[in-house]
Write a protein that binds this ligand. Structure first.
Ligand code: HAM
Length: 427
């Protein structure tokens, strides 16, 4: 809040949140819808969940060694004294709902998508927000390499449908429990030989893999010689991972193997992946995900595996803008009507309603703005066509549809049906 003097104050949005308003909000909407469309094409159905959950859903689900749980959650006590947390991510909440509503008792896999705001109390910077938007999918019920690749392909197809080119898929496998156990033994021995501060040692006790993600130079260089989980995959995990790689090649999805990649959440097992965009600087992760074998059971559900991703809508929009990949006008209004007399105002209002009934997106100049003011409004609306209606147009039942981009005029009778025809031909 900014004090302006006296009792007047001007509010500002809380620090570090992303906001979208016209005209650019249509680009955000376009990007989000393309991401959702890719999930729908693959047979995923909407799951709409609360933005807050019992805090334990996240402490148990996401893991206490993670920054997300230990430093970034918006946690508060509600009026009934319960500990509530604004969702920092989507997967744990989806599992809570799957278990609560027995969604995994029917046909498997359960394929779900979601979108909405997520909350992490991070240090804000370009591309890193305290409220941000994700589109996510989860496929629960089978541990099948084809599903791993389906999930990755949904993200890849979505990026391609947005015209993105400069992104990279990083891939690794965290293997099954046996592979992770044998790696963990050697990793813990290795870490015991390093000189680390108390907090880092404590963190590594919960999840030693976290140290691969440490940004400090001294830890990075110490970890450069650490044993890598990929070298410890047993034959079953190796076979699964080989099949994932083969199927990615079949679908012509490029990837790089990144054995040091550590996701920011503790529930991952098996195939894990992250998409980076090359023009986004420090916050280059535009989406990521992976398989989670133990998550359902750790939240009290049955022992079934799942895989999913979360795509960062804010960052993907930034990537599209950086690559200039969005169409010149998205979600554009078809027509803007400018009435210039009292009689044509009434006529236009009815025509507007008829056109909207027929699925034409249109608006008109309200108030008495005259020709000049009305055309200015038409310009600002970004509509494809402008249409001036005065008494002459009404008495002759003829009008000119003006293509706003070129000024070209197309003659039409002043009836909804012919106008619809003319607009359609020029789409
Ligand atoms: P995540 O990697 O933590 O995964 O987040 C997914 C994506 O959300 C990131 O790649 C990034 O694009 C975006 N994102 C995360 N934090 C921020 C932020 N502070 N500001 C802007 N964008 C952000 C998950 O959330 C997992 N639930 C994904 C998943 C689903 N794994 C399995 N199923």
């Amino acid at each position: 809040m900014i004090r302006l003097g006296g009792n007047v104050s001007k509010f500002q949005a809380p620090k570090g949140v992303s906001e979208y308003f016209p005209p650019n909000s249509s680009q955000f909407e376009y990007v989000r819808d393309k991401l959702l469309q890719s999930a729908k094409l693959a047979g995923y159905s909407l799951i709409e969940l609360p933005v807050f959950e019992d805090t334990e859903v996240f402490t148990r689900g996401v893991g206490e060694s993670t920054d997300v749980v230990s430093k970034e959650m918006y946690t508060f006590e509600d009026r009934g004294g319960r500990s509530i947390t604004l969702r920092p991510e989507g997967t744990a909440g989806v599992m809570r709902a799957v278990i609560e509503h027995n969604l995994d008792r029917g046909q498997l896999p359960v394929k779900l998508f979601y979108t909405g705001p997520f909350f992490r109390a991070e240090r804000p910077q370009a591309g890193r927000y305290r409220q941000f938007y994700q589109v996510g999918v989860e496929a629960i019920g089978y541990n099948d390499p084809q599903i791993d690749v389906e999930v990755i392909a949904i993200a890849d197809k979505a990026f391609k449908s947005l015209g993105l080119k400069q992104y990279k898929l990083n891939l690794t496998s965290l293997g099954d429990a046996q592979s992770r156990d044998s790696h963990r033994k050697d990793l813990v021995k290795f870490i015991a030989g390093l000189k680390l501060d108390e907090a880092t040692i404590e963190r590594s006790k919960i999840n030693p893999l976290r140290l691969f993600d440490d940004k400090r130079d001294e830890v990075k260089s110490a970890m450069s010689k650490a044993p890598l989980l990929l070298d410890y995959l047993n034959s079953e995990s190796s076979q699964h991972f080989d099949e994932v790689k083969r199927l990615l090649q079949v679908l012509k999805i490029d990837y790089v193997i990144n054995p040091r990649m550590v996701r920011g959440l503790d529930y991952y097992t098996g195939t894990t992946f992250e998409f980076d965009h090359q023009l986004l600087g420090a916050q280059s992760g535009i989406g990521g995900g992976g398989r989670y074998d133990g998550l359902m059971s750790s939240l009290g559900g049955s022992d079934v595996s799942g895989i999913g991703f979360g795509l960062g809508v804010d960052r993907i929009l930034m990537a599209c803008l950086a690559e200039d990949s969005l169409p010149a006008s998205v979600n554009q209004l078809d027509l803007f009507i400018v009435p210039i007399t009292p009689q044509s105002k009434d006529f236009s209002f009815q025509l507007l309603s008829d056109l909207r009934d027929a699925g034409i997106s249109c608006d008109m100049a309200y108030g008495d703005r005259g020709l000049k003011g009305g055309m200015k409004a038409a310009d600002k609306s970004g509509a494809r066509f402008g249409l001036v209606i005065g008494d002459d147009e009404i008495s002759s039942n003829r009008c000119e549809l003006k293509l706003m981009s070129s000024g070209e005029e197309i003659s039409s009778s002043l009836t909804a049906s012919e106008i619809i025809n003319r607009l359609g031909k020029d789409k």
